[in-house]
Design a binder for this molecule. Structure first.
Ligand SMILES: [Zn+2]
Ligand SMILES: [Zn+2]
Length: 131
């Protein structure tokens, strides 16, 4: 025996799917709840990736100042971008190593060069996972 009307949980993400399953016109509370739920999940997924944390220095939602980042290759500091297998080129240089990246570990100046190195290594890692 088929129950003709199973109650819809209006105003919840579940209600959205219940509308759809019944071929019912969507009501506004269900639409709002579904959109809010999706937005929240998307934000949570973005906040969870370590790359996002590094990229924004942990402050999710802030614009990235990409244009102020030097390309690394144009950095005048000797040893900036050299392989981490070599001895530390200068006292303040930091080693940048990204796990699972084809980009080898390198020495960079602290600050923008380091951020560039991280971004570069991360891009290589993403390209790797795509094949
Ligand atoms: Zn509804
Ligand atoms: Zn540098």
């Amino acid at each position: 025996m088929n129950a003709p009307a199973d109650p819809i949980e209006h105003g919840t993400p579940r209600g959205f799917y219940q509308h759809r399953k019944r071929n019912d016109p969507l009501c506004q509370p269900c639409r709002t709840a579904y959109n809010a739920d999706r937005r929240e999940k998307r934000q949570r997924a973005q906040g969870a990736t370590p790359s996002q944390q590094v990229w924004n220095k942990g402050r999710v939602g802030e614009p990235v100042e990409a244009e102020r980042m030097p390309t690394g290759r144009t950095c005048p500091v000797a040893g900036c971008g050299s392989l981490a297998t070599e001895p530390r080129p200068a006292a303040r240089m930091v080693r940048v190593v990204w796990p699972d990246s084809r980009e080898p570990g390198r020495w960079y100046c602290p600050g923008p060069c380091r951020a560039y190195g991280l971004a570069l290594a991360e891009v290589r890692a993403i390209g790797d996972s795509r094949g």
